[in-house]
Each structure stands twice: as structure tokens, then as C-alpha cells.
Ligand binder design. Structure first.
Ligand code: FES
Ligand code: FES
Length: 179
């Protein structure tokens, strides 16, 4: 048994240490936003954040996670709230700006790739709050083990979503005091 840090919660799992994180998330912990696309680190549908870095959950054994926090799209609101010192109440009501941007720009088509896209864009914006088109394209194509693939071809909408998310993040109060 291993204890993992998933979206800020300690979760003890039965899976053997060599089990890929994606299977543990979906089959044991009922965390369904990371998707199974290729199972070979070739599409990005399964992406999650490990600490501050995107990883492919389909090829990452849970023994490799250590004590670092895994963040899925489910955990983005709480991650944002923590970064902004929002209250727990606000944390349960507010979406992460990347999620808001994806809704406002109506980015997804079928949606299966979009959880990984949002994770990758979150990783980018935490490191580069005002990315150019080229920065976003590079993040989605050359910064990971493979490009993030969208079979629906929503790449233009993803670019718009990333820029809109950057704008929403910039408009947010710097660090609100907890109320
Ligand atoms: S399912 Fe993991 S990269 Fe495709
Ligand atoms: S929205 Fe369908 S695969 Fe990307």
C-alpha cells in the first residue's frame, strides 16, 4: 500500500507500486478527469500536475510520485484558492481561471483531450503569466514527452482559451486576505 497526495488529500491505495498513476486515479480513486488516450505518453489526455510540472499519468508509476502533490483538473479550484489565499468557501465556489476561460471561450468539442490541455496551460501560466502564441504552441508541442493532440482540431480555440485565462489570472486580486 502507498499513500498518495491527490488534490491535497492523502489517499492510501491498494495498487502495486509499479501501477501507472492513471489507472489508480480512475480505477481506484474515482478521479475521472484524466483520460486514457494512447497509454504511451503520446497524446496528453492523461496529463496531471506533479508539484508544478505536467506529467503523463499513463506511464508514471505511483512509486515515482514521492510526497509531491498530484493535481488533476478536479483540484484546480483549490490550487487557485491556495495560491490566492481565498477562503474555503470561495474555494468550493470558484473555478480556476483556466477552467473559466475554457467555458467562456467554449473551447472543447468532444472534450476528451481538454483536461490535459487545461493542465498543460495551467503549468505554462504559473511559470509564464503572459505567454505569446509561440509560447503556448511550444508548451503544447515541444515541452513534454509528446505534443498534446486534439483529434477534433480545436487548436485555435485552445490558443484563445490560454490567452483568455492569462487575462483572467492577471485581473484577479494579487493575493486576497482570507475573510
Ligand atoms: S494517455 Fe497518456 S499521453 Fe496519451
Ligand atoms: S476536443 Fe475532441 S479531441 Fe480535443
Amino acid at each position: 500500500m502507498l499513500t498518495l497526495n491527490i488534490n491535497g488529500e492523502k489517499r492510501t491505495v491498494e495498487a502495486s507500486p509499479d501501477t501507472p498513476l492513471l489507472y489508480v486515479l480512475r480505477n481506484e480513486l474515482n478521479v475521472m478527469t484524466p483520460k486514457f488516450g494512447c497509454g504511451m505518453a503520446q497524446c496528453g489526455a492523461c496529463s496531471v500536475l506533479l508539484g508544478n510540472d505536467e506529467i503523463r499519468a499513463c506511464i508514471t508509476p505511483i512509486s515515482a510520485l514521492g510526497n509531491k502533490e498530484v493535481t488533476t483538473v478536479d483540484g484546480l479550484p483549490a490550487r487557485w484558492a491556495k495560491q490566492r489565499n481565498l477562503t474555503a468557501n470561495k474555494a468550493t465556489r470558484n473555478l480556476h481561471p483556466v477552467q473559466e476561460a475554457w467555458i467562456e471561450q467554449q473551447v472543447p468539442q468532444c472534450g476528451i483531450c481538454q483536461f490535459g490541455m487545461m493542465i498543460k496551460v495551467t503549468e505554462l501560466l504559473e511559470k509564464n503569466p503572459a505567454p505569446t502564441d509561440a509560447d503556448i504552441k511550444a508548451a503544447l508541442t515541444t515541452s513534454g514527452t509528446s505534443p498534446h493532440l486534439c483529434r477534433c482540431g480545436s487548436y485555435a480555440a485552445i490558443l484563445d482559451g490560454a490567452h483568455h485565462a492569462a487575462k483572467l489570472m492577471a485581473q484577479a486580486p494579487a493575493k486576497a486576505g482570507a475573510k
